[in-house]
Design a protein around this ligand. Structure first.
Ligand code: PMV
Length: 320
């Protein structure tokens, strides 16, 4: 059997950083995200007749580095004695560069694999399986505004609003497209062990989630902007105070933040957020998108700018 799926990355407005259970990859904190539209990963999974070696191609090239993680994800879905699978992944944006490519990849993988292995699991179950592979991937199973809550035994997910209910625009300024210096999993473990800020980061997360949730429900852009920027800067403060320090930013990252600040001073509805990489994501109301994109394009060090609206969650495109 063969199935093809599509998933888009999501961008957290209230960030996830840290794990409470490394084996099950459960997050230490809840998070709130928006699922994007124009950036995507398409994944095809073909299940062979017999057990054996899986094979993975990413953007046309064989990829052995990601294969063990992908195989483990398939094992969790179909059992260790499953037939081997051939997996083909294509993304239309830079991977492993802080653009949440692992989120769209693992969300797309669980959806395609479930269909290819003949299953029809509910979305929450697929989200939990994706979350085992990449914590943020669980959120890409859902569209629009998504809250991931830390339940007692597992994660819980809720779509707070659809992509058309509050159609924000995200302008991504790519400031470096190479791979990042340290993967987020390893970095989180180091932060939990060594950052003096980590305990208060975990302790205060529920307040940020509460604020962001109410901002989404009341479509209050300024309120969302304030909590999102604060959450982003708190997460990076935890990274910076980790030993050895984790700094994903470059000079252009800071210049983009300054450019967003100057747009804000001129009264434009826009805010920034940054993940485990140097790219800056500027979230704005659609009427400001052209100005925000032009402004970020002109920042020295910005390689390219991608503009996207909000989109739906991961889905099957075809199955045979
Ligand atoms: O899902 P992971 O392990 O790649 O974690 C990424 C976490 C951040 O992107 C930095 C924040 C978030 O909530 O997405």
């Amino acid at each position: 059997m063969r199935a093809k799926s599509q998933a888009q990355p999501n961008i957290a407005l209230v960030k996830y950083w840290g794990k409470r259970d490394a084996v099950r990859n459960l997050p230490a904190v809840g998070s709130l995200s928006i699922t994007l539209d124009a950036l995507y990963t398409r994944m095809e999974v073909e299940v062979g007749p017999a057990p054996g070696q899986d094979c993975l191609r990413v953007n046309g090239e064989p990829n052995t580095a990601m294969l063990p993680r992908v195989s483990r994800c398939l094992d969790s879905l179909a059992g260790a004695g499953r037939p081997a699978a051939s997996i083909t992944s294509e993304s239309n944006f830079p991977i492993a560069a802080g653009l949440a490519s692992s989120a769209s990849a693992f969300a797309a993988l669980v959806v395609a694999a479930d269909a290819a292995f003949g299953g029809s699991r509910p979305t929450l179950e697929l989200a939990r399986l994706a979350g085992r592979a990449s914590g943020s991937a669980a959120r890409s199973l859902y569209g629009g505004f998504v809250e991931l809550a830390n339940g007692r035994d597992d994660i819980e997910l809720e779509r707070l609003a659809g992509p058309d209910d509050w159609p924000l625009t995200v302008v991504v300024a790519v400031t470096a497209s190479g791979p990042k210096p340290i993967g987020s999993g390893e970095a989180m473990t180091a932060s939990a062990r060594t950052s003096p800020f980590y305990p208060s980061w975990v302790e205060r997360q529920d307040q940020d989630l509460e604020l962001a949730r109410s901002a989404v429900v009341s479509r209050d852009f300024e309120k969302l902007a304030a909590v999102a920027e604060s959450s982003c800067l708190k997460m990076h403060s935890v990274m910076w105070t980790t030993r050895p320090p984790i700094v994903y930013w470059n000079a252009a990252t800071l210049s983009c933040m300054e450019a967003v600040r100057s747009l804000q001073r001129d009264g434009h509805p826009v805010f920034f957020t940054i993940d485990a990489g140097p790219q800056v994501k500027a979230v704005c109301l659609p009427e400001s998108a052209t100005l925000v994109a032009r402004t970020l394009e002109a920042v020295p060090g910005v390689e390219s700018v991608l503009t996207t609206g909000l989109g739906e969650g991961a889905r099957v495109l075809e199955r045979r």
